[in-house]
Design a protein around this ligand. Structure first.
Ligand code: 13P
Ligand code: SF4
Length: 332
């Protein structure tokens, strides 16, 4: 399998805007972004792990599946993706005629990085009869080597739809893969990748929180390790954690995922208590360092300059599109 490189073009501005001195102050940024969004004909999509002030200005907030659906459907000329690189790249794969901007091009993902294309091609070659199901948290070069893409909200459902005698290779998150195996009853060969954020939680911290908040339910993202998922009352994607926290009877929730999601939880059900789980030794490593690279100032700048933009070689885009289209067709 050839290796691919992705080209990030520093393209000229499509429309020159008047220079705004040193740029708006922090307080002026929301209004300045709203004005630029209008002028650019842009839509701002944001993942739940973004800073609250970015979520507050977004046109749409969602999990990976919802955001890719929005990206595929939008007729906006410009898509500003407030998330990480693989998300913006998926938007470009799905909607190549749009200008897709990512406020900080360095916003990567430890899971996507844990699966380099050449090593994955060699791994895959050991299982020639296996169908390759890859999590959306992968580069375009990995998607191009996959048969089907899934997200945390549809992985169990999609794997369950595959013919029973079909052997499956799942990449790159071993924690999600293990959970999908358990839920679907389908054995799978797992690529040994993981997310630095979801592996920072400790059983001892969760048990201590449960002790001090016995009324709280534990809710967890399936990227967490198995011993933590075993403590959870509910497991699901970010959107599912949010909807569960709205509908469940519990008055409090211990939330085992990136704490950006707590902003929408507190807004949706102000009467309930939401507790984030700190990382090992109380560190703040539960905040995704990649997601948090985006800021209001970078969002304003990227709208102003229409850069950084995502560009993907067409042959790679077309190959990576197929398994994403299969996912969208198979998702309910
Ligand atoms: P979601 O599928 O819940 O959006 O998860 C994306 C992600 O990156 C989790 O770490
Ligand atoms: Fe990637 Fe983990 Fe950050 Fe999600 S939380 S974007 S999986 S590093």
């Amino acid at each position: 399998m050839p290796s691919f490189s992705i080209v990030f073009a520093a393209a000229p501005l499509l429309e020159e805007l008047p220079t705004v001195g040193h740029g708006p102050s922090q307080a002026e940024l929301p209004a300045a972004i709203a004005e630029l969004r209008e002028r650019r004909g842009a839509v701002i999509l944001a993942h739940y792990y973004q800073e609250p002030e970015i979520q507050d200005i977004a046109d749409f907030i969602g999990d990976s599946l919802e955001l890719s659906r929005r990206a595929a459907e939008t007729d906006a000329r410009v898509i500003v993706f407030c998330g990480v690189h693989f998300m913006a790249e998926t938007a470009k794969i799905l909607n190549p005629s749009r200008l897709v901007l990512l406020p900080d091009l360095e916003a990567g993902c430890s899971l996507a990085e844990s699966c380099p294309p050449e090593a994955f091609a060699a791994f895959r070659a050991q299982y020639p009869d296996h169908l390759v199901v890859s999590y959306i948290n992968t580069s375009a070069a990995i998607k191009a080597q996959s048969d089907l893409i899934c997200t945390s909200s549809n992985a169990v459902d999609l794997v369950s739809q595959l013919p029973e005698d079909q052997p499956i290779l799942f990449a790159p998150d071993r924690n999600l893969g293990r959970w999908v195996q358990k839920k679907s009853g389908r054995p799978m060969v797992l690529w040994p990748g993981s997310c630095i954020v979801h592996e920072t939680f400790s059983e001892a911290t969760v048990l201590a929180l449960k002790q001090s908040h016995p009324e709280a339910e534990v809710i967890a993202h399936p990227e967490c390790e198995e011993n933590l998922l075993d403590l959870a009352d509910f497991i699901g994607s970010t959107s599912r954690l949010l909807s569960h926290s709205c509908s469940a009877d519990a008055p409090a929730f211990i939330v085992l995922t990136e704490p950006g999601i707590l902003h929408q939880m507190r807004r949706s059900v102000p009467g309930k208590t939401f507790l984030e789980v700190p990382g090992l030794d109380g560190c703040s490593c539960n905040a995704c360092p990649h997601m948090r690279r985006n800021s209001l100032a970078k969002l304003w700048l990227c709208l102003k300059n229409q850069n950084p933009r995502i560009e993907i070689p067409e042959h790679l885009r077309q190959r990576a599109l197929l398994p994403i289209q299969r996912m969208l067709a198979m998702s309910h």
